[in-house]
Design a protein around this ligand. Structure first.
Ligand code: FAD
Ligand code: SF4
Length: 472
């Protein structure tokens, strides 16, 4: 090991842009055996556990990973060819490492905290090895541990099957509890299934985990919206604890004139429709085909919508963002991917109004120029809008990708749950709400965030629930 200065960092190779825009298949190819072992061999094997707690300024891969994954251990096992050891170590702290290795923005998390990243050599490709070692183990017949179907005790209901619900179910099952998930969509996975596109995360990775959990006794109720198809009081009577994991589903408005015109869509409508087509393998009748599409926003969901529009055969695809490239909120890697695939970016423009014809159909969008004013107080600078400098962009379809807010679910009142100022559920450090039998985590508590933080919340809540039921 410690080959960081003799073996170059390698990330999973991408398919050529021209090829990948003709389908929804993943754009990255997984590392092969030799490549993964070589990448794992770059790890320094820092004595993180020895140094933890000392008054040191150092950060390490494990401190950068919200799950505190045992990264050096599974890198060493991978390097030594101990695939099962690597698999077990990587599944210990993480509910679905092969999914997180694909979707985590490693920059800012584990890889930014890797000691080698601070030298002239680049961080170990942690996410890539994480995907490789798990897929390798699955190919060899390994299955994650979800405990035994028999003899399960206590009853816990989970509302929402996204990463927070899925993670909570994982750790509750491992502790021998009876778990049922209630999901309003027709499929499980939350935004892993109907948000993040298939070209970033193949959906069989999500379903495979649920299949294993169901084998171990998890009960899944899809097409059941809590509050509508089943009363929350009924769940309260039937279950000893409830974990709330409904996400942050309210798309933000652009507050512009004619925002409700025909041809203006919210990003989730577009992404959900696209994924349903991928499931059916039927790509006919796309509303985006041969259309001029403008996406408003600069985050990861905007990049997902842009790249989906390209794949659905739009005539032109443009991104309007109010700041510049350096100040985009999402991953730079995803912006690069979008550019390679043919998306045109219009920076420093803010939407003013949707242009419409007599029937209120979209014909374009008027945008205003913006300028960044750098001040001492704000690193990102404040935005100045130049009302006189207007630009009109012809468009048939406008997609709003401006982020998400929390929703106030009707049943909060029935449960006696207290909310914060952003309609986020208030919880203590155990993720217990103001109702002691109800726990909550993921976006419903944090606001729109990340898969890995939702996974962490699911793990914390599961441990708290198990602890609270010990005396019962
Ligand atoms: C387009 C897009 C792309 C993203 N890309 C990334 C990425 O690449 N990497 C990353 O880390 N993060 C990404 N994120 C963020 C990440 O997906 C979320 O932070 C994460 O999914 C939140 O998990 P969650 O379990 O809290 O909620 P969700 O994933 O939103 O799941 C909530 C679930 O609850 C269900 N539900 C809601 N109400 C009810 C009800 N009343 N009854 C029953 N079920 C209900 C919903 O149908 C849904 O399935 C992305 C988000 C979006 C929108
Ligand atoms: S879960 Fe995410 S942050 Fe943690 S090791 Fe995996 S890729 Fe890195």
């Amino acid at each position: 090991m410690r080959n960081y200065n003799t073996v170059e960092k390698k990330i999973a190779p991408k398919r050529k842009a021209q090829e990948r825009i003709s389908d929804f298949n993943p754009i990255y190819r997984e590392l092969g055996d030799d490549e993964a072992i070589a990448q794992a061999s770059r790890c320094l094997q820092c004595p993180i556990d020895v140094l933890r707690g000392l008054n040191s300024e150092f950060s390490f891969c494990r401190t950068g990973c919200p799950l505190n994954n045992k990264i050096p251990l599974w890198l060493r096992n991978t390097y030594e060819g101990n695939n099962i050891g690597a698999f077990e170590a990587s599944n210990e702290m993480s509910p679905f490492p092969e999914i997180l290795g694909r979707v985590c923005p490693k920059v800012g998390l584990c890889e930014s905290s890797c000691v080698i990243e601070k030298s002239k050599f680049n961080a170990v490709s942690i996410g890539e090895v994480e995907v490789y070692l798990n897929e390798k183990a699955f190919d060899e017949g390994a299955k994650p541990d979800y405990g035994s179907k028999e003899g399960r005790k206590h009853k816990v209901a989970i509302i929402g099957s996204g990463p927070a619900g899925m993670s909570c179910a994982t750790f509750l099952l491992r502790s021998g509890l009876h778990v049922e998930i209630f999901e309003k969509a027709d499929r499980v996975g939350g935004l892993l299934t109907y948000g993040i596109p298939n070209f970033k995360l193949p959906k069989n990775t999500v379903q495979r985990r649920f299949d294993w959990m169901q084998e171990a006794g998890l009960k899944v109720h899809t097409n059941v919206e809590v509050g509508k198809d089943i009363k929350v009081k009924e769940l309260e009577e039937k279950f000893e604890r409830i974990f709330l994991a409904m996400g942050a589903p309210e798309g933000r408005s652009a507050n512009m004139e004619n925002e409700y015109a025909n041809g203006v869509y919210h990003v989730m409508e577009i992404l959900t429709k696209a994924q349903k087509k991928v499931f059916k393998q039927n790509f006919e009748n796309s509303i985006l085909r041969d259309k001029d599409v403008v996406v408003i926003g600069g985050g990861d969901s905007a990049m997902d919508a842009l790249r989906t529009a390209i794949r659905e055969g739009a005539r032109s695809v443009q991104c309007v963002y109010r700041r510049d490239r350096q100040n985009m909120p999402g991953s730079q890697k995803e912006v690069d991917n979008a550019m390679e695939e043919g998306v045109e970016f219009i920076f420093n423009r803010q939407p003013k109004r949707v242009m419409v014809d007599k029937e209120m159909n979209v014909v374009g969008i008027e945008v205003l120029k913006t300028e960044l004013e750098i001040s001492k107080d704000s690193k990102r600078g404040s935005l100045k809008v130049l009302e006189d400098v207007r630009m009109q962009i012809p468009a048939d379809i406008i997609i709003l990708a401006l982020g998400f807010n929390n929703k106030i679910f009707d049943f909060y009142q029935e449960l006696g749950i207290k909310l914060g100022k952003f309609n986020d559920i208030l919880v203590n450090e155990k993720l217990q709400t103001s109702n002691p039998k109800i726990y909550a985590g993921g976006d419903v508590v944090r606001g729109a965030d990340l898969v890995v933080t939702a996974a962490l919340d699911g793990r914390i809540a599961a441990a708290s629930i198990v602890e609270s039921l010990k005396e019962v």
